[in-house]
Design a protein around this ligand. Structure first.
Ligand code: MGD
Ligand code: MGD
Ligand code: SF4
Ligand code: MO
Length: 691
């Protein structure tokens, strides 16, 4: 019978940024088998546990199946099923009322990790409605890298794992566990097999740290200092690309002078990395060209993200690794519709000055509102009131820093609508909950807007439950109800076709081809220079004064050691879950059953903690309970706690026990980074004790 099996092709999505080409078998509208497609452009057959389990989302007995309207007080967990037209008209009436009373900007449109085309359709809806306030989690996810890149070299330098690198640095990126931003690990793993050297900079011994030439087990939060020490060694020993530096950089002398203060000796004390290791790692990076830096969340989940990211771009530039094959490149996009046109940016021309964070002095280029500033607007009317919110693909009660304040903000909203596939702690606080169709159930486009130079087809393979609509369709229909028919379509598919139109391709044709890639061209600066004010890589920012930032990347030490909190807290994503998502997918939960805080055996002995004991993990902001796991993969002074935990098996009121194990009960939004409004999520003084 096997030869009658029909394998359908699509790409994985919504279990992370997506990217793996999949082969799936469908029987009676149910997916019965999934495997990695050996022909996949990024994954060449690779698939992870989440990908294998991804179909379990679709038929879960507790999946949201109908629009719901709150009955009784907010958060009480009582609902009435209502029809779609009723749900849409309630949202319309509430948003229009808020618009009349406070202006369109008092309605916020919120998205978590961009999952597919829905993110951009949401921005489009906000623009057409007239609100500049699209809220996303970019403050701690990619904006620091992208925008620091734009200011320093005019583009977002993505690690190029498609061409051979002689060496790759994984700087706070656990690519085998996260496949960071859809940069699937398979390509890098193939290179490592063939001899590409690795440097891993991570307080945890990750799986690739075992295979690295150098593993730098740094103190969480000391990355900027370490990067400056690399620059110190490379400049002091003359290991940089002299020709590139002379021709294509601005501010080299100033940088050279500036990094004198960051000797390996000095930085070793700050970062805990031995002096010799700093020197050898910096020399290795400088000697092996081309070399790529794969940078991860650790760079940007810190108030000083702007300086850390800039220091890394300086490293790439000094060693001649910018926009060369196997280095960090400016990917050329395929010929698809530009983002600005797709989202109708023309409709809110004063967005740059009207967005909530524009009043907070963030750096130029940040186009989504940092969540901490959204909460200020809701709770304190600063800079102006926000009273309504639409949230899709996001669970802020777990994902935003300072969960208590998030809870207060959700409570204070006059109206909240949430679209999800499952009842979450955040959805449980909404007035209206909308049941979304999800991956495999509708046509979607992956990697659009990520800046990697390609997009991937995610054609549907099964039909969704009757009342579950794709977010794109929800937004298209809500758009018609809220902003009139003119800017929306009879069928939401037109939005997909619009993206592909410049390529002269239909969605069907795109699906047959699987992916669409931009042209490969490198060293584009040879022709037009770098797109910065000086036309060069700005090691020192020429417009620093205007941007109100330091011209050179600096390391600003955390306030002096807090004796009550002698350890350092950090986290890493769970390879079996996406953020707070999917704790309810049984096969994944079986692999990662409970929130685990990893500590070194010496630390455990110091505090009389046994493997498996319940422990309090505490910071100045709060206290949570997790389960201790002893491991010499973490530094004795570090606690690596789990993030994203709530308990779908618990009671809906109060919101599935969202507090007990939730990492963001330990974070605060009191001291935010100036440039992106970023809170410290990693590298926080903490303590641990047995419960
Ligand atoms: N402390 C701490 N905080 C962090 C981070 C950290 O490392 N530490 N990481 C940060 C980062 S990098 C990010 S990107 C954010 C992530 O923040 P979020 O994106 O808000 O994270 P999730 O918890 O995955 O929430 C996604 C929700 O989307 C739902 N969903 C899944 N598929 C669909 C769909 O097709 N349609 C709809 N409507 N909903 C769907 C899921 O059920 C889930 O409830 O968190 C940030 N917060
Ligand atoms: N399984 C899974 N995959 C995911 C996600 C998920 O939630 N789960 N989320 C997706 C999203 S939205 C994103 S943005 C990416 C993020 O992907 P990554 O950037 O890989 O994310 P993290 O696991 O948060 O952090 C990476 C590494 O940083 C280390 N680290 C912790 N603190 C520090 C520090 O201070 N300095 C340094 N140098 N390293 C430190 C951690 O030990 C970890 O190994 O992953 C995507 N893929
Ligand atoms: S790595 Fe990401 S894209 Fe690939 S199978 Fe896993 S979840 Fe899906
Ligand atoms: Mo992210």
């Amino acid at each position: 019978m096997t030869d009658s099996i029909h394998w359908m092709k699509t790409h994985c999505g919504r279990m992370d940024h997506g990217g793996c080409a999949l082969l799936v078998v469908v029987k009676d509208n149910k997916i019965t088998e999934i495997k990695g497609d050996p022909d996949g452009y990024l994954n060449k057959g690779y698939i992870c546990h989440k990908g294998r389990a991804s179909a379990e989302r679709l038929n879960h007995p507790q999946r949201l199946l109908h629009p719901l309207k709150r009955r009784g007080i907010r958060g009480a967990g009582k609902w009435d099923e209502i029809s779609w037209p009723r749900a849409l008209s309630i949202i319309r009436d509430n948003f229009n009322r808020i618009k009349q009373q406070h202006g369109a900007r008092a309605v916020a449109f919120c998205q978590g990790m961009p999952k597919g085309l829905d993110h951009f359709v949401l921005i489009r809806l906000a623009n057409i409605f007239g609100s500049p306030n699209v809220v996303a989690v970019q403050d701690v996810c990619h904006a620091p890298r992208e925008i620091s890149g734009f200011h320093t070299c005019g583009f977002y330098p993505v690690a190029d794992f498609h061409h051979n690198s002689r060496l790759a640095i994984l700087w706070g990126s656990n690519i085998t566990g996260t496949n960071e931003e859809g940069l699937i690990c398979r390509r890098l793993l193939d290179q490592v097999k063939q001899g590409t050297e690795l440097i891993v900079i991570d307080p945890r011994r990750t799986s690739l740290a075992h295979r690295a030439k150098h593993w730098l087990q740094l103190k969480p939060g000391s990355d900027t200092a370490l990067a400056l020490a690399f620059l110190h060694v490379i400049i002091e020993e003359g290991l940089y690309d002299q020709r590139f530096v002379a021709e294509w950089t601005h501010g080299f002398e100033a940088l050279a002078e500036h990094v004198k203060a960051y000797s390996p000796e000095t930085v070793s004390e700050i970062s805990w990395v031995p002096t010799d290791t700093i020197r050898s790692a910096a020399r290795s990076y400088a000697a092996a060209r081309p070399a790529a830096i794969g940078w991860g969340n650790a760079i940007e989940q810190n108030r000083h993200a702007f300086d850390t990211a800039r220091a890394l771009v300086c490293l790439m530039a000094l060693c001649g690794n910018l926009d060369v094959p196997g280095g960090n490149i400016q990917a050329s996009e395929p010929d698809v519709l530009g983002l600005g046109r797709f989202v109708r940016a023309d409709l809110v021309p004063d967005k740059k000055t009207e967005m909530i964070h524009a009043y907070q002095g963030t750096v130029r280029g940040l186009m989504t509102v940092p969540p901490s500033y959204l909460k200020k607007a809701i709770l304190d009317d600063i800079p102006y009131p926000v009273r309504g919110a639409y949230m899709q693909c996001t669970n802020p009660l777990l994902g935003y820093a300072d969960s208590r304040r998030t809870c207060d903000a959700l409570k204070k909203l006059e109206f909240l609508a949430v679209a999800d596939i499952f009842m979450t702690p955040t959805a449980a606080m909404a007035d209206i909950v909308l049941p979304a169709a999800t991956h495999f159930e509708f046509d979607d486009i992956g990697h659009y807007g990520l800046g990697h130079g390609y997009i991937l087809a995610r054609p549907k393979v099964v039909d969704p439950p009757a009342d579950c609509w794709p977010d794109i369709k929800i937004l298209n229909e809500l758009g018609k109800a809220l902003t009139g028919e003119d800017d929306w379509y009879d069928d939401y598919h037109t939005l997909l076709e619009n993206v592909l139109e410049p390529a002269g391709m239909s969605y069907d044709a795109f699906t047959r081809q699987g992916y669409l890639k931009g042209p490969e061209n490198f060293r584009k600066y040879d022709i037009g220079g770098f797109r910065t004010p000086t036309g060069k890589v700005e090691l020192a920012l020429s417009r620093a004064e205007k941007l109100k930032v330091s011209p050179l990347p600096r390391f600003i030490a955390a306030p002096t050691q807090d004796p009550d909190f002698p350890l350092v807290l950090t986290s890493a994503k769970d390879p079996y879950f996406l953020h707070s998502s999917y704790r309810w997918v049984e096969s994944l939960r079986a692999r990662s059953a409970e929130p685990v805080a990893r500590i070194h055996p010496q630390t455990a002995a110091r505090y009389s903690i046994r493997d498996g004991s319940a422990v309090y993990v505490e910071t100045r902001a709060g206290s949570i309970t997790q389960v201790a796991r002893l491991s010499d993969d973490v530094h004795p002074d570090v606690v690596c706690a789990a993030y994203g935990w709530w308990f779908p098996e618990d009671k809906i009121s109060p919101q599935f026990d969202w507090q007990t194990a939730n990492y963001n009960m330990l974070t605060t939004t009191e001291n935010l980074g100036k440039e992106f409004g970023t809170p410290n999520l990693k590298g926080i003084p903490c303590r641990i004790r047995r419960k």
